[in-house]
Design a protein around this ligand. Structure first.
Ligand code: PMP
Length: 425
């Protein structure tokens, strides 16, 4: 049996579904997941030594390419001095300062170990600060797997949603309002009805978990205005977009300042790190200063912090984001061009080092429009690319990620593969 298949079979004996995070299992595209043996720059190699150009990039962190020598070196150097202390370190101050210096809306920041922890804690903080129970989220935005966030819309515009996971009692999500992304009228209506009970809006300011969907002009500004008007807090979940869409995340691009920002992925340089930060007067509600409890045994882990800090420093090099955005746009335009030549209904979009590909005419702006994508076509395309050595996200509803090591030759090789793959559809 080929090695990926035999590893998968073995994995399934002791790991549920053979994977430690569901999308890795290839359930939505079919076939055998590739077990990764090593990675370097824009490439990953599977257990059978097949090389792939990687557009998953560890789901976002690998913005400098895999195993960047500077990051690997600081990880090695830091590890020698001990892996974890449960006591403060100077590195934690340095990364907090680096984040606060780069993102103007963040004055104080607390480190955690994942994006899920960051959003869960940010919501507790918003509820603690406002003394209000309800939260607003948007259909198609993913904020990790905390109970109150695993919700999809119910029927009717203002109904509270239904759990998207077993094990989440309806009582746990009774305070979560699920609204349509990019439909400000619905948010206005929700605030009119429940304004005095709403603690916060949590939003991916550019959505990357229903494929890539950008905010329409006025949407983020409208959320800001409503939160200010009603005394609710605006949380930008920039776990994916932070230091990925641009040097100050989406808030820098849009010129809209949230009250709280959540980060993860890029700020850990491939190691497990998350963070939530915001105005000092808000952040001072957290323990040990304030009544909102939040903690973590491995929070601010020295090795992870060193990797993150080294990453942030490299991202500050002059022109980094201009080059990254140009390469990503080249990929998106190139794919759309190849699809057009093959007469496949298709569109593509990008921002910074993120891109979306959609098997439909026109770039979508709503969850409903994204859902109209031709999933069967995507599956065929995914496998046609995979056998040609290009590893795309194994789902039609995920964003793709480009790194600074995806140079012209790598993009061209991808487009050559795509030309054949589109023709084969
Ligand atoms: N928020 C967003 C926007 C995300 O994209 C993700 C993960 N894809 C999370 C939160 C959860 O992060 P983690 O997987 O690190 O818990």
């Amino acid at each position: 049996m080929p090695r990926n298949a035999s590893l998968f079979e073995r994995a399934c004996q002791t790991i549920p579904g053979g994977v430690n995070s569901p999308v890795r299992a290839f359930r939505s595209v079919g076939g055998v997941p590739r077990f990764v043996k090593r990675a370097q720059g824009p490439y990953i190699w599977d257990a059978e030594d097949h090389r792939y150009i990687d557009y998953v990039g560890s789901w976002g962190p690998a913005i400098l390419g895999h195993a960047h020598p500077d990051i690997v070196r600081v990880v090695q150097e830091t590890a020698v001095n001990g892996l974890s202390f449960g006591a403060p370190t100077e590195g934690e101050i340095e990364i907090a300062e680096a984040i606060a210096a780069r993102i103007p809306s963040i004055e104080k920041v607390r480190l955690v170990s994942s994006g899920t922890e960051a959003t869960m804690s940010a919501i507790r903080l918003a509820r603690g600060v406002t003394g209000r129970p309800k939260i607003v989220k948007f259909e198609g935005c993913y904020h990790g797997h905390a109970d109150s966030l695993l919700v999809k819309a119910g029927s009717g515009m203002l109904t509270f949603g239904n759990p998207t996971s077993a094990g989440v009692p309806p009582e746990f999500i009774q305070h979560t309002l699920v609204l349509d992304y990019n439909r400000l009228e619905a948010v206005e209506a929700a605030f009119k009805e429940f304004g005095s009970e709403i603690a916060c809006i949590i939003v991916e300011p550019i959505a990357g978990n229903m494929n890539l969907v950008k905010p329409v002009p006025g949407f983020l500004e409208g959320l800001r205005r409503l939160c200010t008007e009603y005394g609710a807090l605006l949380i930008f979940d920039e776990v994916m977009t932070g230091f990925r869409a641009g040097p100050q995340g989406v808030q820098g691009l849009a010129g809209v300042a949230p009250d709280i920002t959540t980060l993860a992925k890029v700020i850990g340089g491939g190691m497990p790190v998350g963070a939530f930060g915001g105005r000092a007067d808000i952040m001072e509600h957290i323990a040990p200063l304030g009544p909102v409890y939040q903690a973590g045994t491995l929070s601010g882990n020295p090795v992870a912090v060193a990797a993150g800090l080294a990453t942030l420093r490299l991202l500050s090099e002059e022109g980094f984001y201009d080059r990254l955005s140009a390469q990503t746009a080249k990929l998106a335009h190139g794919l759309a061009e190849r699809a057009r030549a093959a007469k496949v209904p298709f569109s593509a979009d990008s921002v910074g080092g993120m891109f979306g590909i959609y098997f439909r005419e026109g770039v979508p702006t709503t969850f409903e429009e994204v859902s109209e994508s031709d999933v069967e076509r995507f599956k065929k395309f995914f496998h046609a690319m995979l056998i040609r050595g290009v590893y795309l996200a194994p789902s039609a509803f995920e964003a793709g990620f480009v790194s600074s090591t995806h140079d012209d030759a790598v993009i061209q090789a991808t487009l050559d593969a795509a030309e054949e793959a589109f023709a084969a559809l």
